[in-house]
Design a protein around this ligand. Sequence first.
Ligand code: ADP
Ligand code: MG
Length: 311
Amino acid sequence: MKTVYPFLCFAVLIAAPLKLLGQPAPVRWEYQHPQMGTLFRLVLYAADSVQASEAARAAFRRIDSLNAILSDYLPDSELSVLSDHSDWAEVSPALEQVLRKAQEIASQTDGAFDITIGPLSRLWRRASRQGIFPDSLELAAAREKVGYQNLLIQPDKPLVKLLLPGMRLDAGGIAKGFAVDEAMAVLRSHGLPVALVDGGGDLLAGEAPPGKEGWEIEVVGDTVLVVTNRAVATSGAAYRHLDWQGRRYSHIIGPKEGLGVLHGKQVTVVAPSCMLADALATALSVEPGLETRLKAIYQDSSFRMGQAGEK
Ligand code: ADP
Ligand code: MG
């Protein structure tokens, strides 16, 4: 008895703080899921695999449902059906949120970001698939149908109207960022705020991983940013483009000229939400000169303009 008793005390002392701490130390889990033409990746810290995989599945389900709403490749997505419509139409909360943010950024960038880019992006997608510069008459006709001022949203109701026949919405410059934000919200609602959601390079970092200052993100020019609760998005001509007569036209289009942008610079935006970072990166790819104005509007964001050809 004399020898066992002190040992028991010791065991109780050790066990008490462990029990007070509650759960075992969180472990890193990683999941991947192809969607929206890219690979979504989740990195999260959770105590056990059941909690981690349930949260990841729910986050990926949310991304799938947003694709079904926002894709302009799917003819029956809510966005495509809306593009076919000429009268006022009621939209879902997700589509309303994306359209309102798109319109806000369109007016802040004088239309460099324009979600009504659809007729031009269709033309340029075909051009880049076929390797042929778009026909000038088709270009002129498409340009006439692009203009964010012709997309109306009622201020206090989720009602939307496209004013011109032949208008098409394309959320390709903002939807991925929104999906990243929403996936993070799902992880948080599952009690997992220590997470990173990466939508093929457009990403949102949550709380810092255990023992770290933040998430390490590599951006333009091999710079490494250490971030928590921030989004990082990059745009540029790197992946999809048309090479024609010695020039490289990006899949990002200048709405006024109707041409794929030529400078080939990469733009990285760090912002509080990935939807904002995604759309601002697209806008700055069209019009790098907007940097000063956007800095004044978004003082909690930062912008990095890469050199031509930089990854
Ligand atoms: P990525 O999808 O390569 O990350 P972006 O986020 O910049 O690049 O989005 C580019 C996509 O946005 C294009 O493929 C097209 O669907 C759409 N888009 C092209 N030009 C514009 C523009 N000026 N404004 C808004 N969206 C655009
Ligand atoms: Mg973008």
